[in-house]
Ligand binder design. Structure first.
Ligand SMILES: [Zn+2]
Length: 260
């Protein structure tokens, strides 16, 4: 009897320890990514991961939706879908994604930026702030922008065209003297094929009504927060379409057309 009580007590303590460990916020950030950029470029627009699952992996991130139905971004645990009309909609947990990257954002570097620079200038500025080009970064830029140009892509039907074909007909949107947030990542050059090497940002206005994939900007008065990340979980599709794709080709030229 005594032993049984002791066992119960031990198992109770073990449960408490387990629960408190799983509730502890991660101090060291990790990236979680579903899908690969080269599979997306070749028209793999349906994934198996839903936003309920994705939110468990991070409160901050970017990506797209099944059928390529718009640009996705999330921060502070709230995720948005910027459809091809440029309007931002809250994301329902049951929606799925073929390509997304998220993290639990913990800022390591924070700076104030006030400059007339454009996107290229912003890239140079960010490169001067990071300690190395060989790890991952999550970047949040919150403030005012003199000019922002974004795009979004329309929902596709089967047989799916390649991403280059879709982007040739993308809708673009311009914003002047706008308050909002840029959510993005920097991936090392050696990750080409898996994600977008270099910087990739999505934008949303402060009122959470409009946004899209960032194409150009100029004039910033904002807070820049950077999370340096050393770890990635890459979750690959579990279906025959992905298994049978030829992902051996170098797609950097396609990526250039799609991202810029
Ligand atoms: Zn994008």
């Amino acid at each position: 009897m005594k032993n049984k009580n002791l066992l119960n007590l031990l198992s109770f303590i073990a449960t408490l320890v387990f629960v408190s460990c799983t509730n502890t916020p991660q101090k060291n950030s990790a990236l979680y990514q579903t899908g690969t950029i080269n599979a997306l470029l070749d028209g793999l627009y349906n994934g198996e991961v839903n936003f309920k699952q994705l939110k468990e992996k991070g409160d901050f991130g970017i990506g797209t939706f099944n059928t390529l139905d718009g640009e996705m971004l999330g921060f502070d645990g709230q995720f948005y879908q910027v459809k091809s009309d440029g309007i931002a909609y809250p994301v329902n947990d049951s929606l799925k994604t073929p390509f997304a990257v998220v993290t639990h954002f913990n800022k390591d570097i924070s700076t104030q930026l006030r400059d007339t620079l454009n996107y290229k200038g912003l890239i140079q500025y960010l490169d001067s702030k990071i300690p190395t080009a060989n790890i991952f970064y999550a970047i949040k830029i919150q403030g005012e922008f003199n000019y922002i140009k974004t795009r979004s892509v329309p929902k596709q039907t089967k047989p799916y065209p390649t991403l280059v074909t879709v982007v040739a007909k993308q809708s673009t949107f311009t914003f002047t003297n706008v308050k909002g947030t840029l959510v993005g990542f920097r991936f090392p050059d050696y990750t080409s094929g898996i994600n977008v090497p270099g910087y990739h940002f999505h934008f949303i206005t402060d009122d959470k009504l409009k946004g899209g994939h960032l194409l150009q900007l100029s004039g910033i008065n904002a807070t820049v927060a950077i999370d340096a990340i050393h770890s990635i979980q890459l979750d690959l599709p579990r279906n025959s379409i992905f298994y049978e794709m030829d992902l051996s080709a170098n797609k950097e030229k396609d990526l250039e057309k799609v991202e810029k």
